[in-house]
Design a binder for this molecule. Structure first.
Ligand SMILES: Nc1ncnc2c1ncn2[C@@H]1O[C@H](COP(=O)(O)OP(=O)(O)O)[C@@H](O)[C@H]1O
Ligand SMILES: [Mg+2]
Length: 320
């Protein structure tokens, strides 16, 4: 049995121009899967390729390599020219900025009515009640009281709930949530994370939660994937990753992130550097910052190896 969503060997590059032309490798050999009723967190500091991976899965950004399988079907092969309407319905994305994601000239109802009608989940009069149900589900209760509000009347957290309700209007199977709480007040971040968890449990949604906040991942994720410079460095059940990380970068992240709301973007006890690979050769992209790097780390790609049950890591030090 294949998982609902499987990403295998995904690669995404951006041409940077110049002469000779340079290339930024935003994702490289990324493989993971997410099943129904599972919440997987994709964690990494800013610039590590998290959004790129989500956008490639949503097929907003073209993949240069790999496979993206939904129910076992590689959509890069079956839909090479772009995603079908069915794929776009099944895989929905929620973005970071709840202020940019709602149209200020339309009331809340409008944002939900359109996807409901477009995908045939509501007609005429029942669009209003379906929209109210969705808002209820997303914690704006009673939903009917929120339908006629304008975006400017809502807080960031309330807007993010509307954005999530809108994504759910088309009854997706996969929700890609790209830093959905990073622009919200710390006090309401947990509520939005709990909402994602509830949707996983009650709707059987497959959720990919992108975050630079490891503590947020710890709070709600089943599995955590640690990304650095577009590569998966480690994957483990959340509790395992937080208690026994194996990759030096994952160990740094865990050490630097004791509580919800603390970002990974500063205070890492490593040599300075950025998680970016331009004009890729071989070698571990973290080698230059790694405190235990060996000579081969800079020149030879490390394989990702199994280090425990459902636990994989990509580090030469683990291969002996
Ligand atoms: N359209 C683009 N053109 C060129 N470079 C890009 C583009 N989108 C993203 N990048 C680069 O790819 C890398 C990964 O970016 P991104 O996926 O946004 O990271 P994250 O979401 O983890 O912060 C960054 O170095 C970023 O500058
Ligand atoms: Mg991003």
């Amino acid at each position: 049995m294949s998982a609902l969503l499987e990403v295998e060997g995904l690669g995404v590059s951006f041409p940077l121009g110049g002469w000779p032309a340079r290339t930024l490798r935003a994702a490289h050999d990324v493989s993971f899967s997410v099943d129904r009723g599972e919440l997987v967190a994709l964690v990494g500091e800013s610039g590590s390729g998290k959004s790129t991976i989500a956008r490639a899965i949503a097929r907003v950004t073209p993949a240069a390599a790999g496979a993206i399988r939904l129910d076992g079907v590689d959509v890069l092969k079956t839909e090479p020219r772009g995603p079908s309407q069915a794929y776009r319905r099944r895989v929905q994305m929620v973005f970071q900025d709840p202020f940019a994601s709602l149209n200020p000239v339309h009331r809340v109802l409008h944002h939900l009515e359109r996807p409901l009608r477009l995908h045939g989940h509501a007609t005429g009069a029942d669009a209003r009640s379906r929209a109210a149900e969705l808002l209820d589900l997303c914690g704006l209760r009673p939903g009917a009281d929120w339908l006629d509000k304008w975006p400017h009347e809502l807080s960031g957290g309330q807007r993010q709930r509307v954005a999530i309700a809108r994504a759910l209007a088309v009854q997706p199977d996969v929700l890609l949530a790209d830093e959905p709480t990073s622009m919200l007040d710390v006090s309401i971040r947990t509520d939005v994370l709990r909402l994602l968890q509830r949707l996983r449990d009650e709707r059987g949604l497959a959720v990919v939660l992108i975050t630079h906040d490891l503590a947020a991942a710890r709070l709600v994720a089943d599995r955590v994937l640690v990304l650095y410079a577009g590569q998966l460095m480690e994957e483990a059940p959340a509790a395992t990753l937080l208690s026994a990380p194996r990759h030096p970068y994952a160990q740094l992240l865990v050490a630097a992130s004791p509580r919800v709301g603390r970002s990974l973007d500063h205070d890492l006890p490593a040599r300075p550097g950025r998680p970016v690979v331009v004009d890729p050769g071989s070698g571990c992209p973290f080698a230059a910052r790694c405190l235990i790097a060996e000579p081969r780390c800079a020149t030879v790609d490390a394989p990702i190896v199994e280090v425990g049950p459902a636990h994989r890591a990509r580090c030469h030090a683990l291969t002996g």
